[in-house]
Ligand binder design. Structure first.
Ligand code: AMP
Length: 321
């Protein structure tokens, strides 16, 4: 495995321009990995032009500032795509404009975009892979790189709770903290601060979601409802993890209307049945127990609920609840 990390480093060395991209709707793993990698490259090769691109996230803007690229020179530019298995979810990139591409990801493979792809599904996060990359290639870890990586990892693991949090995750984090001595507890406040409006919205969801016999919780969130609570469609994604430990719930789905993009956004989580195949069959995807999809209408949303309910019923038959 260490060969691929070395190979990626060799590729980075070759090009004067490096563009680092990640998925739409960025989370701290995508952003933290992007900013950490940018700083690593800039520190090692100050003359290179390195761009971390994609739409700005107002919630996580404290993690770093994103760049704009005016023009792409195909021959002299390397594109590194982080944390994104599907081509359609890469933010602000037209792959046609690049001939040299690398991917680094911890999601199951969906679209192959390059001959150099570091895909490790056993890694907790892309942040963890960046940390492996640092150690394999003996790169210098600064405090700001360590902070971004720490935020990436704690966010994708739900503070070391979700699957794929392994001994390796702790080994790497411990090594990083010993080296940098960053004040990691100070990072939780900016990462987890939320407006009261979102807490009230969370209360509404918990009060009003339906729970089926088999253990599927779901709620349909219209744009009018979002307006009423003064929150945006990203808020659902911030609340979804809160239902992880509820006796009566095995699978839970938030369906949020996004009129601007003319879609219904589905956030799906599970603590038993493997859900990503169903998410994929609706044009979405994700991990075994954390998936998402963009649906075209409420009929599709209803059909997704039925499919997940049947899956959960089947699952329950084979397990004691
Ligand atoms: P979310 O519910 O948006 O936090 O997403 C959970 C997981 O599902 C993430 O790993 C995403 O990569 C994946 N995912 C979310 N939406 C989609 C989509 N429309 N297509 C493919 N994968 C998705």
């Amino acid at each position: 495995m260490s060969n691929i990390y070395k190979k990626i480093y060799k590729e980075i060395k070759k090009y004067p321009n490096i563009v680092i991209a990640r998925h739409i709707g960025p989370d701290p793993d995508a952003l933290g990995s992007q900013f950490a990698l940018k700083e690593l490259i800039k520190n090692k090769f100050p003359k290179k032009n390195v761009y971390a691109i994609g739409a700005t996230s107002s919630r996580f803007k404290f993690m770093g500032i994103l760049d704009k690229i005016e023009e792409i020179n195909k021959e002299n530019t390397l594109l590194i795509v982080l944390d994104t298995p599907n081509i359609k979810r890469i933010d602000s990139v037209d792959l046609e404009q690049y001939s040299h591409i690398i991917k680094i990801d911890h999601h199951p493979l969906v679209d192959k975009i390059s001959t150099i792809e570091l895909i490790d599904e056993t890694a907790s996060s892309t942040g963890q892979l960046i940390l492996e990359f640092i150690y394999v290639n003996h790169l210098t870890l600064t405090d700001s790189i360590a902070k971004n990586i720490y935020m990436a990892i704690i966010s994708d693991t739900g503070r070391f709770m979700h699957d794929y949090t392994t001994n390796r995750t702790f080994e790497l984090i411990t090594k990083m903290l010993k080296k940098t001595n960053i004040d990691f507890t100070s990072l939780y406040e900016p990462l987890y601060m939320r407006p009261l409006s979102e807490i009230r919205f969370q209360g509404y969801i918990f009060e009003n979601m339906e729970v089926t016999e088999s253990g599927v919780a779901y709620i349909k969130i219209t744009e009018d409802l979002l307006k009423k609570f003064g929150v945006d469609s990203a808020s659902s994604g911030n609340i979804i993890s809160e239902l992880k430990f509820v006796n009566e719930i095995l699978v839970w789905i938030f369906l949020t209307e996004d009129k601007k993009n003319n879609i219904i956004r589905a956030n799906i989580r599970s603590r038993g049945p493997v859900i990503n195949e169903i998410a994929t069959s609706y044009g979405g995807g994700g991990h075994k127990y954390a998936s998402g999809a963009r649906l075209n209408n409420w009929q599709q949303a209803d059909s997704l609920i039925v499919d997940l309910d049947e899956l959960t019923e089947e699952y329950t038959k084979g397990h004691v609840k």
